[in-house]
Design a protein around this ligand. Structure first.
Ligand SMILES: [Zn+2]
Length: 71
């Protein structure tokens, strides 16, 4: 028989309005450069955009197979 134990992990209840981690380095972001921690990280992210790293996947419409046999 398997005994189910409720394992309660010490989850701390954090406030909802917690600073988001910098999208670049992970450090707590600041209001001025939200959502980044500094202007440096913000520019880094921007450069990535310009470089095209953030390529948006284009959803190609698959040609519907009508099942028309030719030949
Ligand atoms: Zn940062």
């Amino acid at each position: 028989m398997a005994k189910i134990d409720e394992i309660k992990v010490g989850a701390k209840v954090e406030p909802l309005r917690k600073p988001r981690p910098c999208a670049e380095c992970g450090q707590p972001s600041v209001r001025e450069h939200y959502p980044f921690c500094s202007d440096r990280c913000r520019s880094l992210d921007l450069s990535r955009w310009l470089n095209g790293s953030y390529a948006i996947p284009v959803t190609e419409d698959e040609t519907k197979a009508d099942g028309s046999d030719q030949g």
